[in-house]
Design a binder for this molecule. Structure first.
Ligand code: LLP
Length: 453
């Protein structure tokens, strides 16, 4: 009757967490991260690569989850490079022990200070446009250095995902399109004193389930690298295909999709890291001598994370039943932003005596919603759940990627605690925000909304 994460009941962590927090900090909701699952996810990539025996590099896109202890752990587990998309992410990667040469600064709008610090530290940079190359040149000239760069190409390939997370189509703001390439290459040829082109980069999009699009992409990249070789760019060593592999977030969905669809769905099996690597390790890639870099985020960390919330109450409006919980779009914005499905379960059997709506044994279709003042604030819709008692634990699945890192203080909600679990042990890895954490940056200026002289 209890839900476990590793060898611990989630209720035990819920009950024990408040005693680890200082007075005035709030223990619910909180993120829970399974270290064993992280290990399995990294292992899946490294084993898949090893099968092919060719050289490769496994990276991690920090944006998915920038918890410093997670980053350190990924590094010791065998993740070789870290992909940053801001100056602070570069700094975090270096602080986490990545050698600067293993840190890649990516981004379509890098700011001068971000480029400056990455070049100075000796990081690799992905060039996203003509102006981006110009900015990188300014920084490397200023410091008398030679920056290693990859060109981020825009191959105009449809990754077949939600439009907000498709990035490799020509309608997207990312990368260098075919007709812009000659000008960028000319500039590179004139600037060999300050930049060295060491590879090509591309990221088609996120939540990809069709490895065929990634295969199409590697063919495009190989063709481009041959063209560049022919033009005298002899130092190409890498093809970086970005991240993008999705995970099957609906794998448990049949449990809560209602009586008519309780059977396992017959949707085609979701590709794994091994499927992806096998699709990419083509004979052409092996012959090219180029090293493949992958820099996944989601498929390394998403299914290792849970949000643990508590039921505040149960109500019905206009015939629609709602379970109101203390977790919200401030912690898990993906349902509101991308209509993403995150599986939801109760952590324990509902206690009949406290039930307000209907019998506890029956399941009903509930919208699971948070306390934030937006109708977009839902974690899941039409979930067939038993009617929970107040205080009952609620688990939101697959929130290890793009949830904590996209969390906000909207409604002055504190970002929650994070707890790690391994086997039977669990410990705090982030304390929740306090009132002061949110207010201090404003109060530090001591300013009133009066013009100052
Ligand atoms: N490399 C680059 C250049 C990227 O832009 C991204 C993600 C990745 C790697 C990692 O992709 P992944 O393996 O995690 O799919 N907030 C959205 C996802 C945005 C992804 C942005 N770029 C979401 O919650 O689905």
């Amino acid at each position: 009757g209890h839900l476990y994460c590793d060898d611990v009941t989630i209720s035990a962590i819920q009950d024990g967490l408040p005693s680890l927090l200082e007075e005035g900090l709030h223990a619910s909701p909180f993120f829970l991260l399974s270290v064993s699952q992280i290990e399995r996810n990294v292992g899946a990539y490294t084993e898949a690569f090893q099968q092919h025996g060719t050289s490769h590099r496994l990276g991690y896109a920090i944006k998915a989850n920038y918890s410093p202890s997670l980053l350190r752990r990924l590094r010791t587990e065998g993740v070789e490079c870290a992909v940053a998309v801001s100056g602070y992410e570069v700094r975090l990667a270096i602080d986490a022990g990545f050698s600067p040469s293993d840190v890649i600064l990516n981004g379509n709008g890098k700011q001068p200070w971000e480029i400056d610090s990455a070049v100075k530290a000796g990081c690799t940079l992905n060039i996203d446009s003509g102006f981006d190359l110009h900015h990188v040149l300014l920084a490397s000239q200023k410091h008398g250095l030679k920056a290693n760069v990859l060109l981020r190409l825009n191959p105009n390939i449809d990754p077949k995902v939600h439009p907000y997370i498709a990035t490799g189509l020509s309608c997207c703001k990312f990368g260098i399109e075919e007709d812009q390439l000659p000008a960028v290459l000319r500039k590179l040829q004139e600037s060999t004193e300050h930049v060295q082109l060491i590879g090509l980069h591309c990221h088609l999009g996120s939540t990809i389930r069709d490895t065929g699009v990634m295969r199409e992409c590697i063919q495009y990249m190989l063709k481009k690298s041959q063209e560049l070789n022919g033009m005298g760019f002899q130092a190409l060593r890498y093809i970086n295909l970005g991240g993008g592999l999705g995970i099957d977030q609906e794998r448990h969905a049949c449990r809560t999709r209602g009586p008519e669809i309780q059977a396992e769905s017959d949707v085609a099996a979701f590709p794994t890291a091994a499927h992806l690597v096998n699709a990419l390790m083509t004979p052409e890639l092996k012959e090219s001598g180029l090293q493949l870099i992958l820099e996944p985020g989601r498929s390394l960390v998403a299914d290792a994370g849970l949000l643990i919330a508590k039921v505040i109450g149960v109500k019905a409006n206009g015939g629609q039943r709602f379970i109101v919980v203390d977790g919200a779009m401030t912690e898990v914005i993906r349902p509101a932003l991308y209509q993403a499905y995150h599986h939801i379960e109760l952590t324990e059997e509902p206690r009949c005596a406290e039930v307000q709506l209907g019998g506890a044994a029956e399941r009903h279709p509930y919208h699971v919603v948070g306390p934030v003042c937006e109708s977009a604030d839902f974690l899941g819709k039409d979930r067939w759940l038993k009617t929970p008692h107040e205080g009952c634990g609620v688990v939101v699945f697959d929130v290890g990627a793009y949830c904590g890192s996209m969390a906000s203080n909207y409604n002055m909600r504190g970002r929650p605690a994070e707890v790690a679990v391994k086997g039977a042990r669990w410990w705090l890895t982030r304390r929740p925000d306090s009132y002061e954490d949110i207010v201090r940056p404003f109060e530090d200026t001591d300013a009133e909304l009066e013009p100052t002289k």
